[in-house]
Ligand binder design. Structure first.
Ligand SMILES: NC(=O)c1ccc[n+]([C@@H]2O[C@H](COP(=O)([O-])OP(=O)(O)OC[C@H]3O[C@@H](n4cnc5c(N)ncnc54)[C@H](O)[C@@H]3O)[C@@H](O)[C@H]2O)c1
Ligand SMILES: O=C(O)C[C@H](O)C(=O)O
Ligand SMILES: [Mn+2]
Length: 595
């Protein structure tokens, strides 16, 4: 299939809407509240339903910010923002866009984790698409209600089994699909009207939820095996049929399913697993920047991954592939990687309990006979890693002895405690920096405040090594190029481009990754790199992408990307009649049928 259609919702296009009066005011995609113009108030039967003053978006943001600040806890702020999203989406995104740094930890990691844990208690109004394993036959019909083939660009799906590091959250996992899409819109500029959050409710094995009389999901053990696979497949096939141009993003699936599903569907369609690939991209970019600061060759690094699950093995594979791309053999590359899991250092003798992804890195027992392979400090002494990565959900696993041991072998240890939310981090940056006298190069999965070292008085900003820095740019690139697949080379292009944005390249004391507040800007560039690579590989399915050979081609490509990014501002609202509705169904107008 090829498409020459431009992105259907350029920034300033009017929106057509068939609703009026109270129905319009309670539809968050169209509602402007006090900002409806005088003409719109007449056209859409809003007179008498609003106070007379017409406000600007800026005034609305100012008011909303005051209300936000009046909330007395992070979870109350999260609930406030959720209800704002349910009232007026443009205002919601405008408020976030003006306060990214302050509000991202509220709508995303770590506070969203708490909200997901309390989903059935905090529930007010549903958002997203709920598909139940008991109604497999209805999947396609239910998805069809979300739009035509040109109306959905980006879908995030979770089955709620492994949310962040907090485990099985059942139907509450819809919260992670929504949160990831908020970032896709805020930092990736994909219009929220064209995104779709999905939860596949397959039951839950979380006893607290099963025993909670207010739990909103299926109160039964998780469906496994054939029944599970068939259900997921009915969903994926319906997506491919109904939304053939959309990118499908898998989030927080369990260890037994995440990689399997990615490997199954990746050859067939544009799909992406954020925990495996998004995490690998952002972590690899961090490692490249850190190696530059430490003045060591990326290709020579020894990498120790603590927590060899979905994220950990994804990072290991990505590092291996970068080393192979640099000219080493696969056997040599694998020798630079060590995995540790609950058994300790993964060895051949553990094979019966290892996943295939772990197996690839298991070590010969004979090489470690004199090492206590269940003790991280002893492993570090034996392996002498340059890089220590935590993806274990094991809080404080990187003890002082471990970190100090590491710094006796390498001058600038690269230490990345990535487990989310904050309380699960393998170490706190303040400790790691204190234990190493500021020598360690640190980045974390959740946001941490800057650290000032007592000894030197020097202050270090801590980079957030969260896949949120990477997936919006990758997603924007695949959406705009309408990529057929997401190839390894596209991911590699994203890594290299992201690494170029590391503030540490200009100032070695600066963070290893761009700030979350800059991700939107960075995403334009990452998307451009992804699109360019998709074109080279023959995977792009859209005409009009500025050509590489042309002078100014790269600058034009970035402008082409920028022009198509959605921004939170009010569009003129026009009355939709039957003609507009039919054009909308063909994707020619920015009307949203689901509104
Ligand atoms: N920063 C990011 O962008 C990012 C991205 C993805 C995941 N994560 C975080 O990484 C963590 C793991 O996520 P996942 O999806 O890979 O989960 P997972 O369940 O697939 O993997 C976790 C692994 O850690 C192992 N483990 C558990 N306790 C351990 C211990 N005490 N010692 C050693 N290994 C132990 C488990 O056996 C498992 O193999 C979560 O906290 C998640 O939030 C962070
Ligand atoms: O959601 C995040 O904050 C990152 C990552 O996807 C995770 O599962 O922890
Ligand atoms: Mn995740």
């Amino acid at each position: 299939m090829s498409s020459s259609q431009p992105y259907p919702l350029p920034a300033k296009t009017p929106l057509y809407c068939a609703l009026e009066g109270k129905a319009l005011l309670s539809t968050p995609t169209f509602n402007k509240g006090s900002a409806f113009t005088a003409t719109e108030r007449t056209t859409f039967a809003l007179e008498g339903l609003l106070p007379s003053t017409i406000q600007t978006l800026d005034q609305q943001v100012q008011r909303a910010y005051g209300q936000y600040r009046a909330c007395d806890s992070d979870i109350a702020k999260n609930a406030f923002l959720t209800s704002m999203k349910e009232q007026n989406e443009v205002l919601y995104y405008a408020l976030l866009a003006r306060n990214v740094k302050e509000m991202l930890p509220i709508v995303y990691t770590p506070t969203e984790g708490e909200a997901i844990g309390n989903y059935s208690r905090m529930f007010r109004r549903p958002d997203g698409c709920f598909l139940s394993v008991l109604e497999k036959g209805k999947v396609e019909g239910l998805l069809a209600g979300w739009g035509g083939e040109d109306e959905v660009d980006y879908i995030v799906v979770s089955d709620g089994e492994e949310i962040l590091g907090i485990g099985d959250q059942g139907v509450g996992g819809i919260g992670i699909s929504i949160a990831k899409l908020v970032l896709m819109t805020l930092c990736g500029g994909v219009c929220m009207l064209r995104t779709l959050p999905v939860i596949l409710d397959c039951g839950t094995n979380n006893p607290d939820l099963l025993n909670d009389e207010l739990y909103l999901g299926l109160r039964q053990p998780r469906v496994r095996g054939r029944e599970y696979d068939d259900f997921v497949d009915s969903f994926v096939q319906a997506v491919r049929k109904l939304f053939p141009k959309a990118t499908l993003h898998f989030e927080d699936f369990g260890l037994g399913n995440a990689r399997r599903l990615l490997e199954k569907y990746r050859p067939e369609m544009a799909c992406f697993n954020d925990d495996i690939q998004g995490t690998a991209v952002v972590t690899m970019a961090t490692i490249i920047a850190a190696a530059w600061v430490a003045k060591v060759e990326v290709l020579d690094l020894r990498v120790l991954v603590y927590g060899a699950g979905t994220a950990g093995t994804g990072i290991a594979d990505q590092f291996r592939d970068v080393v192979i791309e640099g000219g080493k053999s696969k056997v040599e590359a694998v020798k630079q990687i060590w995995l540790v899991d609950k058994q300790g250092l993964l060895l051949h003798s553990h094979s019966p309990t290892l996943t295939p992804a772990q197996m690839a890195y298991a070590r010969a027992d004979s090489d470690f006979v004199s090492v206590n392979t269940r003790d991280l400090t002893c492993i570090v002494r034996a392996v002498k890693p340059h890089v220590l990565i935590g993806t274990s959900t094991h809080p404080n696993a990187f003890a002082e002895s471990t970190v100090k041991e590491m710094s006796t072998h390498v001058p600038r240890p690269i230490i990345l405690p990535l487990s989310n939310p904050t309380r699960l981090h393998e170490a706190r940056p303040s400790d790691v920096l204190a234990w190493t006298d500021g020598k360690a190069l640190v980045a974390t999965g959740s946001p941490f405040p800057p650290v000032t070292l007592g000894k030197t008085g020097k202050t270090y900003s801590i980079a957030e090594c969260n896949n949120a820095i990477a997936f919006p740019g990758i997603g924007l690139g695949t959406v705009l190029s309408r990529a057929d697949r997401i190839s390894d080379k596209m991911l590699l292009a994203a890594i290299r481009r992201l690494a170029e944005h590391a503030p540490a390249l200009k100032d070695p004391d600066a963070p290893l990754l761009p700030d979350v507040a800059d991700v939107r800007e960075v995403s334009k560039d990452v998307a451009s790199a992804v699109i360019r690579c998709a074109v080279r590989e023959g995977l792009a399915r859209v005409a009009g992408i500025p050509k590489e050979e042309e002078e100014e081609g790269e600058r034009e490509l970035k402008m082409w990307v920028e022009m198509q990014m959605w921004e939170p501002e009010y569009r003129p609202l026009r009355k939709a009649g039957p003609e507009e509705s039919s054009r909308a169904a063909k994707g020619e107008l920015g009307v949203v049928r689901r509104a």
